[in-house]
Design a protein around this ligand. Structure first.
Ligand code: FMN
Length: 195
């Protein structure tokens, strides 16, 4: 009798465990945050209209709510509508901004050891917030490096007007996507569980 009760309890436990795991994987598929993360792709074709200021403000607020070292918020952010500042497109190689109508420039605090991490997390929050609202984005290192490193492009840096001690790190283009690229392959061997 005792053995029977033990087996019954064990069988019930196994059934409830497998039901729990199925529920977990089913809910991961339905989880909107996970869907947003998995559906986001870099967009390199945009409609010409800039993202509205109200929407950009939501995106920026999500950005500055990212975790950051000791809450020092070691970033500075500048937003421009590219149509209002043609000098950016004109001064750099054609297509380097990927046609994005709204550009967010992010500068890191050079004296802060974790600032680049802070700025990266800020950007990820922004692009995921944008994706969740149906707005496409592309992170751009190329144009930021050119602007930061080329003395001839100093007037562009002056327009951005970052504070002393901050350096342009990267930018992110936002806008209405005109393409929906497939996910590029990811290397699962890059992560490993250490038992
Ligand atoms: C730091 C950084 C710099 C990047 N610079 C550029 C860039 O200059 N031009 C560009 O078209 N894409 C750029 N990308 C986008 C990557 O190419 C893209 O994220 C990567 O190929 C993965 O594709 P996915 O974003 O569609 O998943 C950059 C991304 C990061 C994170």
């Amino acid at each position: 009798m005792k053995t029977f009760r033990f087996l019954l309890t064990f069988a019930l436990l196994l059934t409830s465990m497998s039901a729990c795991c199925e529920k977990k994987s089913a809910s991961a598929n339905e989880n909107e945050v996970i869907q947003t993360i998995m559906e986001r792709r870099s967009i390199r074709k945009y409609a010409p209209q800039a993202v509205s200021k109200d929407t950009m403000e939501i995106i920026l607020d999500c950005g500055i709510n990212a975790p950051n070292a000791m809450n020092r918020q070691s970033w500075e952010i500048r937003v421009i509508e590219m149509a209002k500042h043609p000098e950016f497109v004109e001064a750099l190689p054609k297509g380097i901004f990927r046609g994005a109508p709204t550009m967010v420039f992010v500068a890191n605090e050079t004296a802060n050891r974790f600032s680049q991490v802070d700025c990266g997390l800020l950007g990820e929050n922004m692009i995921l917030a944008a994706q969740s609202m149906g707005i496409g984005s592309v992170v751009l290192g190329g144009p930021a490096a050119m602007i930061a490193e080329n003395p001839e492009l100093k007037p562009l840096l002056e327009t951005l007007d970052f504070s002393q001690g901050y350096q342009l790190l990267y930018c992110i283009g936002f806008g209405q996507a005109l393409e929906s690229p497939d996910a590029k392959p990811r290397m699962k061997e890059k992560y490993r569980f250490i038992d």
